[in-house]
Design a protein around this ligand. Structure first.
Ligand SMILES: CC(C)(COP(=O)(O)OP(=O)(O)OC[C@H]1O[C@@H](n2cnc3c(N)ncnc32)[C@H](O)[C@@H]1OP(=O)(O)O)[C@@H](O)C(=O)NCCC(=O)NCCS
Length: 428
């Protein structure tokens, strides 16, 4: 294969190097395009643009492959803990027992948040969406740790910020729920593992003994692993682009949480359940809603279907579908939403509209049903996604800063008015 791409512009031929990733992904390196030709590329939604070189996650959308640092998502979801996966993503290799123990202890001892932060919670309205609360509280952490504002601090100091985020995000997430319920906050308990501690902070009450259900812990661990990274998606690209201005890591993660909130990204898991409830309340006529989704005059889309990069199947959805059946069976739950979801999936997978556009169920299609079974309220679904995605965001930020990537600053093609004279307000 030629290692040079040739581009002819206005009669001149320009050459650009071809680069290849370790999984044989090919790209034309156009970093000198504007300097040499005066042209820029136009690629709205970055559908064809590699924004960075990354060694964290490999994804082949056509083949339905997802690897974290070379390990398949199937193996990790089956065998690892979320904290092991977090270590893998951030530091590049699976931890030894000693490394894992140290990492776990370091996270555990930072799970408390400053007492003053409790007052912030009290100021939010009871109906505040927990994603709004989580994004602002995460950014607020930077005000308690002002040393994190220094982009040139030592690697140890940067590690401490990462640990604090991993430790405190579940506390802030659970407290945003407790606050919405106007229930007393439950402090983290260091005797618990990461997932059990989160469940304790969400569901325990000071008056009662809380028993962590191992089925729920196992399912949560799997869900968090499946969400832990997904290369250069909308929220991760946001984290990297905010980080490229050398804004502090709390601010970067807060920006990532905001980007995740949208219904076309992480917010889809909430939207899926709301859609299933809507179909259920409407009598459960799945065909009617499939027709609506296909109607170009109707803005309704089947939430949880389609993906920007997976054009065959979403490997996370395959794992989640199985986990969903297991969890419902083990917890003895019969959820009518699951029945509707299965019918919807069947109709959509056999329908030419969905087949021809490669629209398959994505990770959010089934995750909401598991979260419901675990007792997580609908508004918290995207928060759960954020907890899962945190190690990925951190790893991507770390890679970006260690590679000294330049500030992110796309170009544009201006389509506005050409120069004109200012007109005094009296004459307009
Ligand atoms: C994920 C998503 C944003 C990807 O968008 P995209 O790659 O830009 O794809 P497009 O929006 O261009 O869609 C391509 C075609 O499929 C259709 N389509 C995509 N998703 C659809 C859905 N969920 N329901 C019905 N039609 C859909 C589009 O209308 C378009 O049809 P057209 O070619 O006739 O115009 C999109 O599939 C979607 O909105 N899905 C629902 C939300 C969701 O589940 N998001 C979570 C992602 S993990």
């Amino acid at each position: 294969m030629s290692e040079i791409a040739k581009l002819e512009l206005e009669g001149t031929i320009y050459e650009f190097p071809i680069i290849e990733g370790t999984e044989n992904e090919k790209a034309i390196d156009i970093s000198k395009l504007r300097d040499t030709t005066g042209y820029v590329t136009l690629d709205t939604g970055y559908k064809n643009t590699g924004a960075t070189k990354s060694a964290i996650t490999f994804l082949d959308g056509e083949k339905g492959i997802l690897h974290y640092r070379g390990y398949s998502i199937e193996q990790l979801a089956e065998n690892a803990t979320f904290i092991e996966v977090a270590y893998l993503l951030i530091y590049g290799s699976l931890p030894t027992q000693l490394q894992l123990d140290t990492f776990t202890n370091n996270i555990t001892k930072h799970t408390l948040v400053h007492e003053d932060m409790k007052q912030f919670f009290e100021a939010y309205p009871a109906k505040a969406h927990p994603m709004g609360v989580l994004a602002s509280m995460t950014c607020s952490l930077s005000t308690f740790y002002p040393e994190s504002l220094d982009p040139n601090r030592s690697p140890e100091a940067k590690d401490l910020t990462m640990l604090r985020l991993l430790a405190k995000l579940p506390t802030l997430a659970a407290w945003s729920y407790k606050n919405a319920m106007r229930h007393p906050f439950m402090y983290p308990k260091n005797k618990y593992d990461y997932c059990s501690n989160f469940l304790h902070m969400m569901f325990a009450m000071p008056t009662e003994e809380y028993k962590v259900n191992p089925v729920v812990v196992k399912a949560l661990n799997k869900l968090l692993i499946l969400h832990a990274d997904h290369e250069q998606n909308c929220s991760t690209s946001t984290v990297r682009i905010v980080g490229s201005s050398q804004a502090n890591l709390y601010a970067c993660i807060s920006a990532g949480i905001s980007a995740l909130w949208g219904p076309l990204h992480g917010g889809a898991n909430q939207a899926v359940i709301e859609m299933l409830e809507q179909i259920h309340n409407d009598g459960g006529d799945v065909d009617k809603w499939v027709l609506k989704a296909k109607d170009k005059e109707d803005s309704f889309r089947l939430m949880g279907f389609g993906h920007r990069v997976y054009k065959n199947f979403d490997p996370r959805a395959t794992i989640i579908k199985k986990a969903c059946d297991d969890v419902l069976e083990q917890l003895g739950i019969n959820d009518p939403m699951l029945e509707i979801a299965k019918k919807l999936e069947k109709v959509a997978l056999e329908d030419e509209y969905f087949k021809s556009r490669n629209l398959y169920p994505n990770v959010d299609f089934y995750s909401g049903i598991i979260y419901r079974a675990l007792g997580i309220p609908t508004e918290m679904f995207t928060v759960m996604f954020a907890i899962g995605r945190l190690p990925g965001w951190i790893a991507q930020w770390k890679e970006m800063t260690e590679n000294n990537e330049p500030i992110g600053r796309p170009r544009q093609i201006y389509t506005g008015a050409t120069p004109r004279e200012y007109v005094d307000i009296a004459k307009r």
